[in-house]
Ligand binder design. Sequence first.
Ligand code: FES
Length: 56
Amino acid sequence: MYVCLCKGVSDKEIRRSVESGARSWREVQRETRCGTQCGKCACMGKDITREAIKEE
Ligand code: FES
């Protein structure tokens, strides 16, 4: 499922970013570019990041 339409980032890509070492929403943003344009996806992106970190 796409989380970020502006940058074409899926929830899988966010999870992959956490798996490969991202430890905060900011790091996920830096790596995937999710939420760096209009910002509408930021809430969902943050939630998925938080969940993925918890599951690590
Ligand atoms: Fe993610 Fe616009 S939908 S920055």
